[in-house]
Design a protein around this ligand. Structure first.
Ligand code: AMP
Length: 198
């Protein structure tokens, strides 16, 4: 099933945005564009980009905006993103919002909705620690987790005010079962007229 939708999912690390993003994107038949996944794939594959960003990811810092923007523009220019996409992890600060706006405006496009997964900081930390034990991600150390949550609160959360002014933010309670949360997101999108093609 394919329906046009240009979506962004935002939430603190550990909010479950990766998992929910995949579910929502597959329901709409649109690709997930996750900058974190793209960086990790490059690190795993030992590419030049991967080597450039390994230490940055391990510290929990942000990769420079120019580099990140280039990767996102390349990805969104591929055919499968022509009809829609779900961005996960980008934009993450005010400068990146500006870059994305410029790119989409030039294509005559705009984001349809920004899904904010609302999860308390303590819950995020607990989930991230669990993921660290299960997946062994190198940036899931206690120090890097706290640093990433600080960046989220200081740099990423403020971008919601910008999108809020455009009236496109749907704040979703991110505590509950996976299915419940997916339901909440789908009904918020449906209230915006973003429904699955029949
Ligand atoms: P994530 O999987 O979204 O938590 O991202 C993992 C890491 O990738 C982050 O901690 C950053 O180091 C890097 N990263 C992902 N997205 C961005 C972005 N939009 N801007 C800068 N760095 C990013």
């Amino acid at each position: 099933m394919t329906a046009s939708a240009r979506l962004l999912i935002v939430g603190p690390q550990g909010s479950g945005k990766g998992t929910q993003g995949v579910r929502i994107a597959s329901a709409f038949g649109i690709p997930v564009v996750s900058t974190g996944d793209m960086f990790r794939a490059n690190i795993k594959g030992g590419t030049e980009l991967g080597q450039q960003v390994t230490a940055i990811l391990d510290r929990g810092d942000l990769v420079p905006d120019e580099l990140t923007g280039e990767i996102v523009r390349d990805r969104l220019s591929q055919d499968d993103a022509a009809n829609g996409f779900l961005l996960d992890g980008y934009p993450r600060n005010a400068a990146q919002v500006g870059h994305l706006d410029e790119f989409l405006t030039a294509r005559g496009e705009a984001l349809d909705a920004v899904i904010l997964l609302d999860v308390p900081r303590e819950e995020s930390i607990a989930r991230l620690k669990l993921r660290a034990d299960e997946q062994g991600r190198s940036d899931d150390t206690e120090e890097a987790i706290a640093h990433r949550l600080d960046i989220y609160e200081n740099e990423t959360a403020p971008i919601l005010a910008v999108y809020g002014e455009r009236g496109i933010v749907d704040s979703i309670d991110g505590v509950g079962s996976l299915d419940e949360i997916t339901e909440r997101i789908m009904s918020a999108l449906s209230a915006r007229g973003l429904t699955l093609a029949a």
